[in-house]
Design a protein around this ligand. Structure first.
Ligand code: ZN
Length: 291
Protein backbone atom coordinates (compact mmCIF):
# COMPACT_ATOMS: atom_id res chain seq x y z
CA UNK A 1 0.00 0.00 0.00
CA UNK A 2 1.16 3.48 -0.77
CA UNK A 3 0.29 5.51 2.27
CA UNK A 4 -1.50 5.29 5.55
CA UNK A 5 -5.04 6.62 5.21
CA UNK A 6 -6.62 8.48 8.10
CA UNK A 7 -8.56 6.38 10.53
CA UNK A 8 -12.14 5.96 9.29
CA UNK A 9 -14.71 7.44 11.69
CA UNK A 10 -16.57 4.10 11.83
CA UNK A 11 -13.81 2.73 14.07
CA UNK A 12 -15.30 4.56 17.00
CA UNK A 13 -18.78 3.16 17.12
CA UNK A 14 -20.90 4.98 19.62
CA UNK A 15 -23.27 2.16 20.38
CA UNK A 16 -25.23 -0.63 18.88
CA UNK A 17 -28.74 -1.29 17.71
CA UNK A 18 -30.99 -2.34 20.54
CA UNK A 19 -32.09 -5.93 20.16
CA UNK A 20 -35.66 -7.05 20.34
CA UNK A 21 -37.04 -9.31 23.03
CA UNK A 22 -33.90 -9.52 25.12
CA UNK A 23 -35.54 -8.78 28.44
CA UNK A 24 -36.29 -12.42 29.10
CA UNK A 25 -33.20 -14.47 28.47
CA UNK A 26 -33.92 -17.76 26.71
CA UNK A 27 -31.57 -20.52 25.52
CA UNK A 28 -31.45 -18.99 22.04
CA UNK A 29 -30.14 -15.78 23.56
CA UNK A 30 -27.06 -17.51 24.95
CA UNK A 31 -23.74 -17.92 23.22
CA UNK A 32 -20.32 -19.26 24.18
CA UNK A 33 -17.08 -17.60 23.24
CA UNK A 34 -13.39 -17.59 24.03
CA UNK A 35 -12.33 -14.16 25.23
CA UNK A 36 -9.32 -12.16 26.37
CA UNK A 37 -10.08 -9.56 29.03
CA UNK A 38 -8.59 -6.25 27.86
CA UNK A 39 -10.12 -3.82 30.35
CA UNK A 40 -12.49 -3.77 33.26
CA UNK A 41 -14.22 -1.10 35.23
CA UNK A 42 -16.46 -1.15 38.29
CA UNK A 43 -20.20 -0.83 37.81
CA UNK A 44 -22.59 -0.22 40.67
CA UNK A 45 -22.05 -2.08 43.95
CA UNK A 46 -20.72 -5.42 42.83
CA UNK A 47 -20.55 -5.61 39.02
CA UNK A 48 -17.79 -5.12 36.48
CA UNK A 49 -17.99 -3.98 32.88
CA UNK A 50 -15.44 -5.89 30.79
CA UNK A 51 -13.95 -5.02 27.41
CA UNK A 52 -12.99 -8.36 25.87
CA UNK A 53 -11.60 -9.52 22.55
CA UNK A 54 -13.07 -12.64 20.96
CA UNK A 55 -12.16 -14.66 17.85
CA UNK A 56 -15.62 -14.65 16.25
CA UNK A 57 -17.19 -11.42 17.47
CA UNK A 58 -14.24 -9.03 17.71
CA UNK A 59 -14.32 -6.59 20.58
CA UNK A 60 -17.24 -6.83 23.01
CA UNK A 61 -18.38 -5.10 26.16
CA UNK A 62 -19.79 -7.55 28.67
CA UNK A 63 -21.33 -7.08 32.08
CA UNK A 64 -20.06 -9.45 34.80
CA UNK A 65 -22.60 -9.29 37.59
CA UNK A 66 -21.76 -9.73 41.24
CA UNK A 67 -18.08 -10.48 40.62
CA UNK A 68 -16.86 -8.05 43.27
CA UNK A 69 -18.66 -10.02 45.99
CA UNK A 70 -16.30 -12.18 48.03
CA UNK A 71 -18.33 -15.34 47.44
CA UNK A 72 -18.56 -14.88 43.64
CA UNK A 73 -17.58 -18.03 41.75
CA UNK A 74 -17.04 -16.04 38.55
CA UNK A 75 -14.66 -13.49 40.12
CA UNK A 76 -11.42 -15.37 39.44
CA UNK A 77 -12.39 -15.90 35.80
CA UNK A 78 -12.85 -12.26 34.80
CA UNK A 79 -9.41 -10.91 35.81
CA UNK A 80 -7.45 -8.62 33.51
CA UNK A 81 -5.51 -10.34 30.66
CA UNK A 82 -7.19 -13.70 31.31
CA UNK A 83 -7.97 -16.02 28.44
CA UNK A 84 -11.32 -17.56 29.33
CA UNK A 85 -14.34 -19.33 27.94
CA UNK A 86 -17.49 -17.33 28.60
CA UNK A 87 -21.13 -18.20 28.34
CA UNK A 88 -22.93 -14.99 27.56
CA UNK A 89 -26.60 -13.97 27.58
CA UNK A 90 -27.62 -11.25 25.18
CA UNK A 91 -28.87 -8.24 27.08
CA UNK A 92 -30.48 -4.94 26.26
CA UNK A 93 -27.59 -2.56 26.94
CA UNK A 94 -24.76 -5.04 27.50
CA UNK A 95 -24.47 -8.76 27.07
CA UNK A 96 -24.06 -10.52 30.41
CA UNK A 97 -21.48 -13.13 31.42
CA UNK A 98 -23.42 -16.04 32.90
CA UNK A 99 -20.58 -18.56 33.21
CA UNK A 100 -16.80 -18.23 32.99
CA UNK A 101 -13.95 -20.71 32.93
CA UNK A 102 -10.28 -19.79 32.83
CA UNK A 103 -8.26 -21.27 29.96
CA UNK A 104 -4.97 -19.43 30.64
CA UNK A 105 -4.46 -17.42 33.83
CA UNK A 106 -1.22 -15.61 32.80
CA UNK A 107 -0.51 -14.89 36.45
CA UNK A 108 2.81 -13.11 35.81
CA UNK A 109 0.96 -10.47 33.79
CA UNK A 110 -0.75 -9.30 36.98
CA UNK A 111 2.02 -9.99 39.49
CA UNK A 112 5.11 -8.55 37.77
CA UNK A 113 5.03 -4.76 37.38
CA UNK A 114 6.92 -4.74 34.07
CA UNK A 115 4.90 -7.53 32.52
CA UNK A 116 1.74 -5.75 33.70
CA UNK A 117 2.92 -2.55 32.00
CA UNK A 118 3.64 -4.21 28.67
CA UNK A 119 0.41 -6.25 28.80
CA UNK A 120 -1.58 -3.07 29.53
CA UNK A 121 0.04 -1.38 26.57
CA UNK A 122 -0.76 -4.29 24.21
CA UNK A 123 -4.33 -4.53 25.54
CA UNK A 124 -4.81 -0.81 24.96
CA UNK A 125 -3.43 -1.02 21.42
CA UNK A 126 -5.73 -3.94 20.63
CA UNK A 127 -8.67 -2.06 22.12
CA UNK A 128 -7.92 0.94 19.89
CA UNK A 129 -7.33 -1.04 16.69
CA UNK A 130 -9.97 -3.75 17.06
CA UNK A 131 -13.43 -3.44 15.57
CA UNK A 132 -16.51 -4.12 17.66
CA UNK A 133 -18.42 -7.26 16.71
CA UNK A 134 -16.25 -8.04 13.69
CA UNK A 135 -14.61 -11.44 13.32
CA UNK A 136 -10.81 -11.40 13.07
CA UNK A 137 -9.38 -14.78 14.06
CA UNK A 138 -5.76 -13.95 13.10
CA UNK A 139 -5.86 -10.86 15.33
CA UNK A 140 -7.24 -12.92 18.22
CA UNK A 141 -4.49 -15.52 17.70
CA UNK A 142 -1.84 -12.77 17.66
CA UNK A 143 -3.22 -11.23 20.86
CA UNK A 144 -3.36 -14.57 22.67
CA UNK A 145 0.16 -15.52 21.54
CA UNK A 146 1.42 -12.10 22.68
CA UNK A 147 -0.02 -12.53 26.19
CA UNK A 148 1.62 -15.98 26.41
CA UNK A 149 4.94 -14.44 25.37
CA UNK A 150 4.63 -11.51 27.79
CA UNK A 151 3.93 -14.08 30.52
CA UNK A 152 7.03 -16.14 29.75
CA UNK A 153 9.67 -14.47 27.58
CA UNK A 154 12.61 -12.42 28.86
CA UNK A 155 12.86 -9.76 26.10
CA UNK A 156 9.46 -8.12 26.58
CA UNK A 157 10.30 -5.19 24.29
CA UNK A 158 10.93 -7.59 21.40
CA UNK A 159 7.60 -9.31 22.09
CA UNK A 160 5.86 -5.93 21.90
CA UNK A 161 7.64 -4.81 18.69
CA UNK A 162 6.59 -8.09 17.02
CA UNK A 163 3.01 -7.51 18.21
CA UNK A 164 2.96 -3.91 16.95
CA UNK A 165 4.21 -4.79 13.48
CA UNK A 166 1.78 -7.66 13.02
CA UNK A 167 -1.11 -5.72 14.58
CA UNK A 168 -0.50 -2.91 12.07
CA UNK A 169 -0.49 -5.46 9.22
CA UNK A 170 -3.70 -7.18 10.37
CA UNK A 171 -5.41 -3.81 10.77
CA UNK A 172 -4.49 -2.87 7.19
CA UNK A 173 -1.49 -0.61 7.87
CA UNK A 174 1.46 -2.92 7.14
CA UNK A 175 4.58 -0.72 6.96
CA UNK A 176 6.53 -0.83 3.68
CA UNK A 177 10.06 -2.13 4.43
CA UNK A 178 11.40 -3.25 1.06
CA UNK A 179 10.50 -0.62 -1.56
CA UNK A 180 10.42 3.15 -1.16
CA UNK A 181 6.68 4.02 -1.34
CA UNK A 182 7.47 7.23 -3.25
CA UNK A 183 9.79 6.09 -6.09
CA UNK A 184 9.11 2.31 -5.78
CA UNK A 185 12.85 1.57 -5.95
CA UNK A 186 14.28 -1.24 -3.85
CA UNK A 187 15.67 0.20 -0.59
CA UNK A 188 19.47 0.03 -0.45
CA UNK A 189 21.55 -1.14 2.56
CA UNK A 190 22.24 2.42 3.77
CA UNK A 191 20.65 4.80 6.28
CA UNK A 192 17.11 5.30 4.94
CA UNK A 193 14.21 7.34 6.37
CA UNK A 194 11.07 6.48 8.31
CA UNK A 195 7.96 8.38 7.30
CA UNK A 196 4.69 7.28 8.95
CA UNK A 197 2.60 9.44 6.60
CA UNK A 198 4.13 7.74 3.51
CA UNK A 199 3.59 4.25 4.92
CA UNK A 200 7.06 3.11 5.96
CA UNK A 201 10.73 3.35 4.95
CA UNK A 202 11.76 5.87 2.29
CA UNK A 203 14.96 5.98 0.21
CA UNK A 204 17.44 8.77 1.23
CA UNK A 205 16.57 10.87 -1.84
CA UNK A 206 12.84 10.94 -1.04
CA UNK A 207 13.24 10.91 2.75
CA UNK A 208 15.76 13.73 3.25
CA UNK A 209 13.51 16.66 2.46
CA UNK A 210 10.21 15.17 3.58
CA UNK A 211 8.48 16.71 6.61
CA UNK A 212 8.02 14.18 9.38
CA UNK A 213 10.63 11.75 8.00
CA UNK A 214 13.50 10.73 10.30
CA UNK A 215 16.62 8.66 9.61
CA UNK A 216 16.23 4.90 9.99
CA UNK A 217 19.42 2.92 10.66
CA UNK A 218 20.24 -0.09 8.51
CA UNK A 219 20.14 -2.36 11.57
CA UNK A 220 16.67 -1.12 12.53
CA UNK A 221 15.42 -1.75 8.98
CA UNK A 222 16.90 -5.26 9.02
CA UNK A 223 15.27 -6.11 12.35
CA UNK A 224 11.90 -4.73 11.20
CA UNK A 225 12.10 -6.88 8.05
CA UNK A 226 13.05 -9.89 10.15
CA UNK A 227 10.12 -9.35 12.53
CA UNK A 228 7.71 -8.79 9.65
CA UNK A 229 8.65 -11.91 7.68
CA UNK A 230 9.73 -14.55 10.23
CA UNK A 231 7.88 -16.64 12.79
CA UNK A 232 8.19 -15.62 16.42
CA UNK A 233 10.12 -18.82 17.23
CA UNK A 234 12.89 -17.50 14.94
CA UNK A 235 12.59 -13.85 16.03
CA UNK A 236 12.85 -14.64 19.75
CA UNK A 237 16.49 -15.62 19.30
CA UNK A 238 17.44 -12.06 18.32
CA UNK A 239 19.58 -10.24 20.85
CA UNK A 240 19.37 -6.47 20.34
CA UNK A 241 21.35 -3.62 21.88
CA UNK A 242 19.63 -1.07 24.09
CA UNK A 243 20.11 1.59 21.41
CA UNK A 244 18.55 -0.53 18.68
CA UNK A 245 15.63 -1.40 20.95
CA UNK A 246 15.06 2.31 21.59
CA UNK A 247 15.16 3.12 17.86
CA UNK A 248 12.70 0.32 17.02
CA UNK A 249 10.38 1.44 19.77
CA UNK A 250 10.26 5.08 18.66
CA UNK A 251 10.01 4.07 14.98
CA UNK A 252 6.95 1.88 15.46
CA UNK A 253 5.35 4.20 17.98
CA UNK A 254 5.56 7.07 15.51
CA UNK A 255 3.57 4.97 13.04
CA UNK A 256 1.07 3.83 15.67
CA UNK A 257 0.51 7.35 16.94
CA UNK A 258 0.15 8.54 13.35
CA UNK A 259 -2.43 5.84 12.65
CA UNK A 260 -4.37 6.37 15.83
CA UNK A 261 -3.87 10.12 15.76
CA UNK A 262 -3.72 10.34 19.47
CA UNK A 263 -1.34 9.64 22.30
CA UNK A 264 -1.64 6.39 24.16
CA UNK A 265 -2.06 6.45 27.90
CA UNK A 266 -0.04 3.26 28.23
CA UNK A 267 2.93 4.75 26.40
CA UNK A 268 3.09 7.49 29.00
CA UNK A 269 2.73 4.83 31.66
CA UNK A 270 5.71 2.86 30.34
CA UNK A 271 7.82 6.02 30.08
CA UNK A 272 6.99 6.77 33.72
CA UNK A 273 8.01 3.26 34.74
CA UNK A 274 11.26 3.56 32.85
CA UNK A 275 12.10 6.87 34.51
CA UNK A 276 11.34 5.36 37.92
CA UNK A 277 13.58 2.38 37.27
CA UNK A 278 16.37 4.61 35.96
CA UNK A 279 16.11 6.66 39.15
CA UNK A 280 16.59 3.48 41.14
CA UNK A 281 19.78 2.78 39.23
CA UNK A 282 18.36 -0.02 37.13
CA UNK A 283 18.72 -0.18 33.36
CA UNK A 284 15.85 -0.24 30.93
CA UNK A 285 16.34 -3.92 30.24
CA UNK A 286 16.89 -4.98 33.85
CA UNK A 287 13.30 -6.06 34.20
CA UNK A 288 13.74 -8.36 31.25
CA UNK A 289 15.50 -10.85 33.43
CA UNK A 290 17.28 -13.85 31.96
CA UNK A 291 14.72 -16.60 31.52
ZN1 ZN B 1 12.37 6.76 -3.10
Amino acid sequence: MGSLPALPPSRERAGREPREGTTNVGRDRLYRTEAIVLKRSDMGEADRLLTVYTPGRGKLRLLAKGVRKIASRKAGHVELFLHAEFQVAQGHTWDIVTQAETLHAFRALREDLWRTGYASYCAELLDRFAEEEEENRPLFDLALATLKRLDQESDLALVVRYFELHLLALAGYQPELFHCPVCRNLLQPVVNYWAPAEGGALCPRDGESRAGAEPLSLNALKVLRFLQTREWETCRRLSLSKGLHAELESTLQRTIVYVLERNLKSVAFLHTLRRQLAALGNGYQSAARAA
